[in-house]
Design a protein around this ligand. Sequence first.
Ligand code: PMP
Length: 353
Amino acid sequence: MSQFWSPAVQRLTPYVPGEQPQERLIKLNTNENPYPPAPGVGVALRDYAIDHLRLYPDPTSRALRDYLASAYGVSLEETFVGNGSDEVLAFAFQAFFCHDAPLDVPSITYSFYPVYANLYGVTLRKHPLNTQWEVDLEALAGAAERSGVIFANPNAPTGHAHSLDAIEALLKRVTDRVVLVDEAYVDFGAESAIALVNRYPNLLVTGTFSKSRSLAGLRLGYAIGSAELIEGLQRVKDSFNSYPVDSLASLVGIEALKDKAHFNACRDKVITTRERTRQRLEDLGFEVLPSKANFILTQHPDFEGAQLFAGLRERSILVRHFNTSELNNFLRITIGTDDEMDSLIEALEAICG
Ligand code: PMP
């Protein structure tokens, strides 16, 4: 603690991301994609005229946003890009949720929301998940006086996704404040709420290139919403650094968006491996929550989460274990390649056997 820190920074508990190990491990802890980005990304980087790096990037990120708009069937004015969706989320907190009333949020969800709430002085009103470990949209919709609603769909770290109909039912009830749907994992089998943006001017959907497009190292995220909401984000953004993303991120992002075949093939492999892994874990006696994401949340009735985590770590396999009371017994496991998941199952057989 330092006397030089502002009160907001003094009370801040920073987000601690999953470990990025130096040694060679099977890394299943931060929901990265096990497959490489689209081949066009490599070609574009190799052919890039580095003299361009002398120049500032396009302050409107027009080329990338054009591609994004056509990929998602929206207009340019309905798109926003930032350095990872974490940054886009931070702008959304500042632009929309800094009111006196609380922000409605599921009690178990992406752990960055409380960090931003803390930093920007936003009070959270947490709604427990239902008995199926699903986000309780009824409860989120039903609360009175709020600064907004935020949830991840699929949710993290549970993996459950609500249907578009269920999200629309919430939007019909919450019209006075922004509803932010964080779709970091939507491409692995869930329905995107972007389809509803034209009808609900208070709906903001955020997404990322880190997961389904294999570009976590680049830091590229986006938001899609009404021009009114995008302008709100833009106002905050312009007060920070008026360049949305750097030139290389724009270039690489466009290449990733262009290659639909690569995107589909990698997504399908992850989904197939996820279902195969779920089945094999269940055969070992694990309970596996149904997932529409590139990870699964699982627990074993006879073994503690910490014990399984340590056993896997000893065998050079890194998964995510949360030290919270509700999730203490669970492991969140990223879906890797089939070979990686075979090693995981073998290790668990040894530990649980
Ligand atoms: N939302 C959720 C639910 C996430 O799990 C993550 C990844 N940790 C993000 C947003 C942020 O992703 P990125 O900043 O890499 O775009």
